[in-house]
Design a protein around this ligand. Structure first.
Ligand code: ASP
Ligand code: MG
Length: 413
């Protein structure tokens, strides 16, 4: 039976990370699908290349591009690979001013995963492993919703299964997370941090026995260790818990990851790449959920938009449907809603789509908004825990039920 391993950017940020990946895949046995993200912060760096080009700053774009190439060349050399002969990296930036920003984005930003997987595949081959490199833009079929492409599961599953079931297939397949391609051969991306999602889709297509996400934390914790001093590992969760955690903003897994696994009852394991034999966390049908500990989840970069009726003929239901129409069309992600007699407030991720949406809302409502906010969700809270959490924070809005509290907090930086 197939197993799927996913390695994120932090786990392959340098040559040692790649060597560690080798150690982990050697222990895995046969029939291993390895999904890899771009190395380190490469995706952000590629985004900057496009931003410079788009702003007409060609020199800066080129110098950023050269930095990215140099970064990969340095890792190759440390791994004993010959740039130019073992691997030929993309020479020119695939930018075409006639294409839309978003289409260019996908052509450029997808290269991070192409480079990381090429390096890793060639390195593993040279270490004597039985390896095949897969080019996901040709295998994972999507539509052309640039930067958030929708996967055509039927086509992708059949292409990927037939590639996997070939009699002479090498033991290990190295595939890019996060990227796919259209029917006419253009690369697409699935949304930032989308590699987990790729791993889940592949697990689903291959009826894998498990999907493991290798991370730089011991597993799923009850809070971000960079924020809370005393974190504990949650060893076992149900799929539903994991969905809730990821939608509340837990960085641990991409929200779209759970569904493809739940559908086929495939367990998702989250393990520390620095300590491969540790138990980590297991998400499955028979999970038990976080027990006896509050779970703290921060969702950053929020904007709270408040709409007030322009006249007294305010009908909540009508206004809500108007507002949600705008929200949906502008692809905003709502994290919280609150209404009063004459206002409706929504907290959304502060993305580049927000300004246009606000403009549209202003046609119907008096709109005010606050930026630089975070949403803190505390699951399994008690009054004492809530009091402690509020301490020292400026709170714009709060919603509490018996077990869950949600606070919209002003970011202090
Ligand atoms: N490399 C992509 C990103 O940084 C995808 C991923 O890491 O999951 O967003
Ligand atoms: Mg990542």
């Amino acid at each position: 039976m197939a197993k799927v391993y996913k390695f994120g950017g932090a786990s392959v940020k340098d040559a040692n990370g790649v060597r560690n990946l080798e150690k982990i895949v050697r222990q895995a046995g046969n029939d291993l699908m390895v999904v890899v993200s771009a190395m380190g912060k490469t995706t952000n760096a590629l985004e900057r290349v496009l931003e410079f080009l788009d702003a007409g700053k060609e020199e800066q774009a080129l110098s950023q591009w050269v930095d990215i190439i140099d970064f990969h060349v340095a890792i190759m050399k440390q791994l004993g690979l010959q740039p130019g002969s073992d691997i030929r990296l993309q020479g020119e930036i695939p930018y075409d001013p006639k294409r839309s920003y978003d289409e260019n984005y996908d052509q450029i930003v997808s290269l991070g995963e192409i480079m990381s997987t090429q390096i890793i595949a060639v390195y593993l081959l040279k270490q004597g492993l039985s390896v095949e490199w897969w080019n996901m833009p040709k295998l994972l079929r999507t539509d052309d919703t640039w930067r958030e492409a929708n996967v055509d599961n039927e086509t992708s599953a059949s292409v990927i299964r037939s590639g996997w079931d070939r009699p002479q297939r090498p033991n290990i397949v190295i595939a890019q997370g996060f990227i796919g391609g259209t029917a006419d051969g253009r690369r697409t991306t699935l949304g930032r941090e989308g590699s987990d999602y790729t791993a889940a889709l592949l697990g689903n297509y291959l009826d894998a026995e498990s999907v493991t996400i290798w991370k730089d934390v011991p597993g799923i914790l009850n809070a971000d260790p960079r924020i809370e001093p005393d974190t504990v590992l949650i060893p076992s969760l149900r799929y539903q818990d994991a969905v809730e955690l990821s939608h509340s903003g837990a960085q641990i897994i991409h929200p779209k990851t759970i569904r493809p696994l739940e559908n086929k009852h495939i367990p998702l394991l989250v393990k520390p790449f620095g300590n491969p034999n540790a138990e980590g966390s297991r998400i499955a049908d028979d999970g038990v959920g976080p027990i006896g500990v509050p779970v703290y989840i921060w969702r950053k970069n929020q904007i709270l938009i408040t709409m007030r009726a322009k006249d007294f003929a305010f009908v909540l239901e009508e206004s809500l449907s108007e507002i949600f129409d705008v929200i949906h069309r502008h692809r905003l992600k709502v994290s919280l809603i609150q209404s009063s007699a004459v206002t409706i407030s929504v907290c959304v991720d502060n993305t580049r789509f927000v300004p246009e949406a606000i403009k549209e809302l202003q046609a119907h409502f008096n709109v005010t908004y606050n930026e630089n906010l975070s949403l803190l969700t505390i699951r399994g809270t008690t009054p004492e825990i809530l009091e402690r959490a509020k301490d020292g924070k400026t709170i714009m809005l709060s919603q509490t039920t018996r077990r869950t509290a949600r606070l919209v907090v002003v970011e202090n930086n």
